[in-house]
Design a protein around this ligand. Structure first.
Ligand code: UD1
Length: 336
């Protein structure tokens, strides 16, 4: 019996593949490599000394996707595949809805047809919209402010409807806070295409001299130093969270959403400072206007994941920065 991992070549997917292989799972990856690189999976196999089946398939290609279900004995699915850039989703909403929503529906239909009803779904803290209150717990009202966020929210809704129609489904929805860091080996990590949108890859590219300086998006928020506060979580902790969620869906039916965060927030300037210490490099920065759509503070209430999944993040900000730095200096051009 195998675990199907969609989007397994991506940043969080590849780190999860390592943890799955090290825990002895047989895995099958489906990825169209539209925003990732085959090399990441090659390295996953080198690091673990284990092998896996890899299919270069889009979730929009139902004919090919169905062959994966026909040819393999799949026990559960971890569904990462999807587009994730907020700005791009505002410019190309149809592209986002088609890829993320239709792709997911295609997958769920095949799961239903082949009686594979155990699912771990990759959602995001973006489904909490603009919350004023922290820490954010799973029962907070949900909303979205952009097409990317709406795709995550809609897929969550689809899954809640699905389980109402068939109680044999076992579903864990994981709402990620801000994943950063990289595998200890320095061989896999985040490899954004073009200029990074997110803070950590931007900082690390400034540190290696690929980008001149960091633009800090606003220092007039009501936070202790005026810059935005986020719950940064080590990607390996996040990956381990998927294994715990997988155990849960293997053992019981129902649908549950879990925050995967540390429960602690760091400001932009605190992250810059921690990265400077870890790398020994200065990060020049420039304070500029707020980025449209950003909120002041966001961090997780982590109690539910701790109580029900037996999971909590253990890696601190120092390790997150040191591991990002190791990946960045070893791979100046990412996987290329
Ligand atoms: C972003 C997305 C979110 C997505 C998440 C993970 C937006 C508005 N939100 O979250 O939907 O789920 O990434 O991919 O894009 N910052 C700077 N300078 C930069 C980049 C960021 O100052 O060059 C600041 C931001 O204002 C924020 C913090 O750094 O305060 C973190 O930003 P980022 O890494 O982009 O994550 P989020 O905005 O939290």
């Amino acid at each position: 019996m195998a675990i199907l991992v969609t989007g397994g070549a991506g940043y969080i997917g590849s780190h999860t593949c390592i943890e799955l292989l090290e825990a002895g799972y047989e895995i099958i990856v489906v990825d169209n490599f539209s925003n990732s690189n085959q090399e990441s999976l090659k390295r996953v196999m080198e690091i673990t000394g284990a092998s896996m089946k890899i299919y270069n398939i889009s979730l929009l290609n139902t004919t090919e996707l169905e062959k994966v279900f026909k040819r393999n004995n799949i026990e559960a699915v971890i569904h990462f595949a999807g587009l994730k850039a907020v700005g791009e989703s505002v410019k190309s909403p149809l592209f986002y809805y088609k890829n993320n929503i239709i792709g997911s529906i295609n997958l769920f239909e095949l799961m239903q047809k082949y009686l594979v009803k155990r699912l771990v779904f990759s959602s995001s803290a973006t489904v909490y919209g603009n919350q004023e209150i922290v820490p954010i717990s799973e029962d907070f009202p949900l909303s979205a402010t952009n097409p990317y966020g709406r795709t995550k929210l809609m897929i969550e809704e689809i899954l809640r409807d699905l389980i109402l129609s068939d109680e044999n489904w076992c579903i864990s929805i994981l709402r990620y806070f801000n994943p950063i860091g990289a595998h200890k080996s320095g061989c896999i990590g985040e490899d954004p295409r073009g200029i990074p949108n997110n803070l950590m890859p931007y900082i690390s590219q400034v540190a290696v001299g690929k980008l001149k300086e960091l633009n800090v998006f606003g220092n007039d928020y009501s936070t202790h130093d005026g810059t935005g506060v986020r719950d940064y979580i080590h990607v390996v902790d996040l990956a381990i969270g998927h294994l715990q969620a997988l155990k849960k869906v293997m053992s019981e039916t129902g649908i549950n959403a879990y925050n995967l965060g540390t429960g602690r927030g760091y400001s932009v300037l605190e992250l810059v400072n921690a990265f400077e210490k870890a790398s020994g490099k200065e990060i020049p920065y420039n304070i500029c206007n707020r980025r449209f759509g950003d909120i002041a503070i966001c961090f997780a209430d982590t109690k539910k994941a701790k109580n029900e999944l037996g999971w909590e993040a253990t890696r601190g900000i120092k390790e997150m920065c040191a591991d990002t730095w190791r990946w960045q200096i070893n791979n100046l051009n990412g996987f290329n």
